[in-house]
Design a protein around this ligand. Structure first.
Ligand code: CO
Length: 498
């Protein structure tokens, strides 16, 4: 697989994953196509050697693993971690804000979004909804993203993905003439400034209003302005959303929309820029870039040797490999689907039920926790430690922090350096300036709850948490080559793990 082809697939993954729910559904689909068997948390699990499995939680976190031929308590497990969520604007339950013949949608800011970057862009709307369905017409085998079903008679609550997949809103800047200090003193208030403009009443509609010939259509979002101030307002967005859900799921008998989790994202797909097209501009590179690297790498573990007999007990297989991609990293990970939740430890304890064997396995395992790293900004190198200034297109970045905001230590960093060297990929290092606080990621969380030796690393990135982030055109593929090499290693030469 070459760099151009890799980036093409990455771009497609990012474009088709406007939310963590879509990312997990797309990863689940790729894994299923790659021969991985889905294990549902509420079923009994019968794990076989030399097999491929995956499980999801909440439709927003996913763990995939290859059981290999060795006992994990003898070989350890090779893990790669990442997070599925990205900063965004989440639509409020009753979102309509009406003023001057315009409707905006109230939003909450999810994660540490760089709000300036959200203005004057085409915004897509996507997420998941819960709908009431009757069971006759439902294709239960085709439920990829269902995260819970309640039964009452013949009614079910079903979770469905929704994606307008086009620009449906925009957040207009205030003109410079009305805010002369915008370039020096602009302060944004999320409650006031961030609700995206969603619609304007049409002229013909206003004329109808004036002529007194208006008649409300129950499923039409454009309504008599006054209607937004009465109790029917909350139905407007929901009705419009229901219409979209029905359009995207015409095979399902939907009775009612019950709830939604919708968020705005950049409608513009990823693209190359730079005179040599050596820069990638894309939404959600943090951390879909890493999810994609992890996914592509685990899909390739056996695929280079498709004729291998998986039932053989002979050697030649790598130790078990696992990919852990969790939700809610951008808001602290302390949720059922987040890295601080029980998902990972629950999967691990079902994979290795015996406590003694599980603890021994963890003590022999190694995780590369992937999350993007700060590349040096060309206009602001003073904000970086001058000896630790990662540059785009010059290899993955090893991240360290003495306060353990990153899990890397002298041993895990050594192994990461070794793997990069063996993969023939250059690598860089990042540590924050000593007078600035350091961010964190899922590496320390999983490492602290399991004891698994972990290194934090990631692709160099500019504009982190902007609506569009920037990396080098060679960076995703270089990181993939490192992880691909890691997964192909038959043993890890770190003596403290052996
Ligand atoms: Co991140």
């Amino acid at each position: 697989m070459y760099c151009d082809k890799y980036n093409e697939e990455l771009f497609s993954f990012i474009k088709n994953s406007p939310t963590q729910y879509h990312a997990v559904a797309n990863m689940a689909r790729s894994l299923s196509n790659g021969g991985f068997v889905e294990l549902r948390e509420h079923d009994s699990w019968f794990i076989k050697p030399h097999s491929k499995y995956f499980a999801t939680r909440n439709g927003s976190s996913i763990i995939a693993f290859l059981t290999g031929d060795n006992c994990p308590w003898e070989s350890g497990i090779k893990l790669v971690g990442a997070h599925t969520d990205s900063p965004c604007l989440k639509v409020k339950p009753t979102p309509e804000i009406q003023s001057h013949e315009m409707v905006r949608l109230g939003v909450e800011v999810y994660g540490g979004a760089l709000l300036n970057s959200w203005f004057d862009r085409g915004l897509n709307l996507a997420g998941r909804v819960t709908v009431l369905v009757t069971d006759e017409d439902n294709d239960k085998d085709n439920i990829v993203n269902i995260s819970g079903v309640g039964e009452y008679g013949k009614e079910f609550i079903r979770t469905l993905l929704v994606n307008y997949d086009t620009a449906v809103a925009t957040i207009p800047s205030l003109a410079i003439h009305l805010d002369r200090e915008a370039n020096t003193k602009r302060v944004l208030n999320p409650q006031i400034d961030m609700p995206p403009l969603f619609t304007i009443y049409s002229h013909s509609h206003l004329e109808d209003l004036e002529n007194g010939s208006i008649q409300q259509e129950s499923n039409d979002f454009i309504r008599e302005p006054d209607s937004f101030s009465n109790s029917s307002t909350s139905k407007s967005f929901r009705l419009m959303l229901l219409e979209q859900v029905i359009k995207e799921n015409s095979n399902i008998n939907i009775k009612e929309l019950l709830d939604f989790d919708m968020s705005f994202s950049d409608a513009q797909p990823p693209f190359f820029t730079g005179v040599n097209q050596d820069i990638i501009s894309a939404p959600r590179l943090d951390n879909l870039l890493s999810c994609h690297v992890a996914l592509k790498s685990i899909l390739r573990v056996y695929s280079d040797n498709a004729s291998v007999d998986f039932t053989s007990t002979q050697g030649g297989f790598a130790p078990p490999c696992m990919v852990v991609c969790t939700d809610h990293e951008e808001v602290g990970s302390d949720t059922a689907a987040g890295a601080k939740g029980s998902f990972f430890n629950s999967v691990l304890s079902r994979l290795i039920p015996d406590t003694e064997q599980r603890v021994r396995s963890a003590a022999r395992s190694f995780m590369i926790s992937l999350d993007n790293a700060h590349a040096v900004h060309p206009a602001h190198s003073e904000l970086y430690d001058s000896s630790h200034t990662p540059v785009l297109n010059q290899g993955p970045v090893l991240k360290t922090n003495s306060s353990q905001r990153y899990a890397s230590d002298c041993e895990s960093a050594a192994l990461f350096r070794y793997i990069c060297k063996r993969a023939d990929i250059p690598m860089q290092t990042f540590v924050m300036r000593s007078d600035m606080p350091c961010g964190s990621t899922i590496g320390p969380i999983i490492s602290s709850s399991t004891g698994i030796k972990t290194v934090d690393a990631g692709a160099p990135t500019l504009a982190m948490h902007s609506i569009r982030e920037i990396t080098g055109s060679a960076d995703p593929f270089m990181l993939f080559q490192v992880i691909n090499h890691f997964f192909s290693m038959e043993s890890l030469p770190l003596l403290s793990l052996i």
